[in-house]
Design a protein around this ligand. Sequence first.
Ligand code: GDP
Length: 192
Amino acid sequence: MRATQSVEFVTSATAPAHYPKALAHEFVFVGRSNVGKSSLLNALFFNQKLAKVSATPGKTRLINFFQWENCLFADVPGYGFARGPKAERRTWKAMMADYFSTRRPLELVFLLVDARHAISPLDLDMEAYLIEAAIPYVLILTKWDALSQSERSARLREYTDTCGAHPPIAFSAKTRVGVRELWKVIHDHCAA
Ligand code: GDP
């Protein structure tokens, strides 16, 4: 996959009025703050400047849209910055409710979870929301390089029960494991 030439930042938005015009396909990346979403986007698009790796959890507060060919990729703010003010958490919920309710038919959600830990209650909430709203999703197990072989086997067993439209994808921005598989999912959806 040579994506760098054609992937472009489109716009940032908080409200539907500022979303870009929908394209043929749309993919959205969601996950807890610090899950490795910026690193994944950089690995996926070979572009270290495309999604700034944030040092501070919850730093990104906007939905960032990128375009590649006839696809839009939406990078939504990480959830679960528990230390953040309550009002901020409410804003996040409202922003996501707007996004999911107005951006239909949404193609596919990539739900990122940190493979180093068991699935968190917040991730389970997110997953329950997607199931309830009948939005197809794929679980991405991030930071796969940080796990031992036995941890990997245990984690895969655990997550295979909670998987969405596709078996979970083990991913590492460091070793690039999972990059090809993720692109295959994107291609398959675009070709379907
Ligand atoms: P975001 O807040 O979800 O965008 O997460 P970032 O991409 O900023 O990453 C959060 C932290 O996790 C940083 O310290 C990264 O270096 C680390 N990280 C991200 N991806 C990986 C990975 O694949 N492997 C390991 N070991 N660490 C990672």
